[in-house]
Design a protein around this ligand. Sequence first.
Ligand SMILES: [Zn+2]
Length: 323
Amino acid sequence: MIEATPLVWDNHACLPLRPHDLSFLPALERHRAAGTHVVMINVGYGDDGIEQHVRMLATFRAWITAHGDRYRLIESVDDIALARAAGQLAIGFDIEGANAVADQLSLVGVYRDLGVRWMLLAYNRNNRAGGGCQDDDGGLTPFGRALLEELAARGVVACASHTGYRTAREAIDASPTPLVFSHSNPRALADHPRNIPDDLIVACAARGGVVGINGIGLFLGDNDASPARMARAMAYVADLVGAEHVGIGLDFLHDRRELDETIAAHPEQFPSALGYGAGMAFMAPEDLPEVARELAALGMSEAELAGVLGGNWLRVARQVWKR
Ligand SMILES: [Zn+2]
């Protein structure tokens, strides 16, 4: 199918993680109305356990299915084009951290069947799979290696955002399929442990991966979440490894109150010394068209733009998802 405008794919967005609270779900319309075609919604992170992940998947799946006029659950790569043709937002899910599977790798296939499309190894802190980016990273564990094998076997994309440097470096080599950074910004532009140094970006790209840039001011630098700042980070990675290895994972948080409460309640995950706190700036889904204009102004070609806005994530999906 030839489309007149590029596919727009936002690889990470956050709705409140409260199973019985449907009040924020209509906010998905913001992504659709802004011209986004595909969005991955987070269903759990960090220390969240199996029950929480399954509960959130059930909540989101039921609501999305009941609102099929506007939204479509992604069951296979084909659903992306079908959703677009029908004016629906195509929705998949993501998991931030191996705690979601506890010690049971067979859960990967269960999550996959419930729509989870990517999963990262360790969220800021160390876990069974490896090291977090804000912890003393001891490297990829045997369980982490087995998890990478299982993700590849089940068609779930492996991700090393929030993961420690050493674990990420080892995971890029160990993963049977291209590993991505779903939402990580270049350390060269903003010195924060959540950001990734050039050599990780180069290693990720060399194995066919994609680095998604997030729209969080703390990680873009100077708490500036403007489209110009976002475009600068995307252009930096494109200059370093080629535009075919750049994507978008905005990490827009719909419920700022939940964010502020979470940051206050979990200083071990979000230490104030690293800049976490109230007043963090986030780029909104509505700003993405302006990011595209900024990238064009920086000299990105139409073909490169089509890749960074969504085509590159689609390429990885075709390689990894299996269906
Ligand atoms: Zn994240």
